[in-house]
Design a protein around this ligand. Structure first.
Ligand code: CA
Length: 224
């Protein structure tokens, strides 16, 4: 899952980034509304959730949200706002936001809202999924094979979650990278191979017969 934070308060943005990364999200951060607009239009399918602060330089959060919806960007948007007037909340939802949070908020609340917008019908995915003898609990970030828990790092977990969403399909290296790493880390492509190697080893050592097939020049496929 990849997330974009558009927030001009650096301390808040970096805090959110850190907290969400611990929840296995890949997080990009931009401080400027105009830049965010450009980034989202260029990489429209890369983000699973976009978090937008209302008061931004360049383009404010409300204008940004309206403009993205006008461009047919359907990614869930959560707005961060300092205000709490009722009319204002209605205006945010009318502009195309899926949800809003009034500052200050707790990180637990933000994570709950993110989970909630991800569970909307267009993104409907069960929380616990079983593929072959691998069971993944995407709420608890827990992977088990025949009831034995497999200890995975956050990156390994994110990769496996990606494969288990569409077993049997080929994922390109770019797709895997955008799911798992933030924008700045995308150039380090050999990092992907290292994580894949470790993930393969862990599944193999646990006696799982599923395998990752390397599709030369393209990427990887998971076969249960
Ligand atoms: Ca602000």
């Amino acid at each position: 899952m990849r997330l974009l934070i558009v927030e001009d308060e650096e301390t808040l943005a970096l805090n959110l980034k850190k907290i969400l990364e611990l929840k296995a999200f890949a997080v990009d951060w931009l401080a400027d509304g105009e830049k965010a607009h450009t980034r989202i239009l260029l990489y429209r399918n890369d983000y699973d959730v976009i978090i937008i602060d209302l008061g931004l330089s360049g383009m404010d959060g409300m204008t940004l949200t309206k403009s993205l919806r006008a461009e047919k960007i359907t990614t869930p948007i959560i707005i961060l706002t300092g205000r709490s007037e009722t009319e204002h909340k209605v205006a945010l939802l009318n502009a195309g936001a899926d949800d809003y949070m009034v500052k200050p908020f707790s990180s637990a609340e933000l994570i709950a809202r993110i989970s909630s917008v991800l569970r909307r019908p267009t993104e409907a995915q069960p929380v616990v999924r079983t593929v072959g003898d691998i069971t993944i609990d995407t709420a608890a970030h827990r992977v088990t094979i025949r009831d034995a828990e497999i200890p995975l790092t956050l990156k390994e977990y994110s990769l496996l979650e990606c494969f288990l969403r569409r077993p049997g399909e080929v994922f390109t290296r770019e797709e895997l990278s955008t799911q798992v790493w933030d924008f700045n880390a995308m150039t380090l492509s050999n990092v992907l191979d290292v994580h894949m190697k470790n993930l393969r080893k862990k599944l193999h050592n646990s006696g799982n017969s599923a395998r990752f097939e390397t599709v030369r020049g393209v990427g990887y496929r998971f076969v249960a």
